[in-house]
Design a protein around this ligand. Structure first.
Ligand SMILES: [Zn+2]
Length: 197
């Protein structure tokens, strides 16, 4: 493992002093405006892509940027969504997929996940995504699945009571993004059919 403590030392020495005022304020204040739900992929770094400062993004990262639909059983992802929307009062939620996503590739190409049964179960949250992207002619295109998955996860998001309520009261906007690793660009899902979200 690289010595991450070297990084911490560099941060304290070279970065922190210029942001000391910001961190002093953040020590007692947590008021992010945006919930960013991205993939756990190490190449997709929300704060870097959006050039956000500490305190601005509330981030959830899961394999495949999947959002379980509402169910009475809480898990960490769902609890964090509820906290962001109901307690922190974020005004925007971004679900961000990305090029070269391992989770989407595994689904599109039907990889054997027998050695990773928990992952296989988790990826079932993308069943609707796979169904949307499927073509009768041949194998599922990974790029198409990435987009279909962002759209499907936005719909899952809207099944959560905290999100549904905020949408009904028009104090929350949902956004779908796809980040392209090779070019660094972000494409946005058109306002989607928001009525259906
Ligand atoms: Zn991914």
């Amino acid at each position: 493992m690289p010595d991450l403590m070297d990084g911490v030392a560099n941060f304290r020495r070279d970065v922190f002093p210029a942001k000391a005022g910001l961190f002093a304020r953040l020590a007692t204040e947590h008021r992010p405006t945006t919930l960013f739900i991205g993939c756990s992929d190490a190449r997709v770094v929300p704060e870097l892509i959006t050039q956000s400062e500490p305190g601005e993004l509330f981030v959830i990262r899961t394999a495949g940027n999947l959002v379980p639909a509402h169910s009475p059983t809480a898990d960490g992802t769902v609890a964090s969504i509820e906290f962001a929307v109901r307690v922190l009062g974020v005004t925007d939620v971004i679900v961000c997929g990305h090029s070269g996503c391992g989770a989407m590739t595994a689904l599109a190409e039907g990889h054997d996940l027998g050695d990773a049964p928990q992952l296989a179960t988790w990826l079932r949250h993308a069943d609707a995504s796979v169904a949307r992207a499927a073509t009768p002619e041949g194998p599922t295109d990974v790029g198409a699945l990435v987009w279909a998955n962002v759209s499907a996860q936005l719909r899952n998001l809207a099944t959560h009571p905290s999100v549904a309520q905020a949408l009904a009261e028009r104090r929350l906007t949902l956004h779908g993004w796809v980040f392209d690793i090779a070019s660094g660009s972000v494409d946005r899902l058109e306002t989607l059919d928001r009525a259906g979200v």
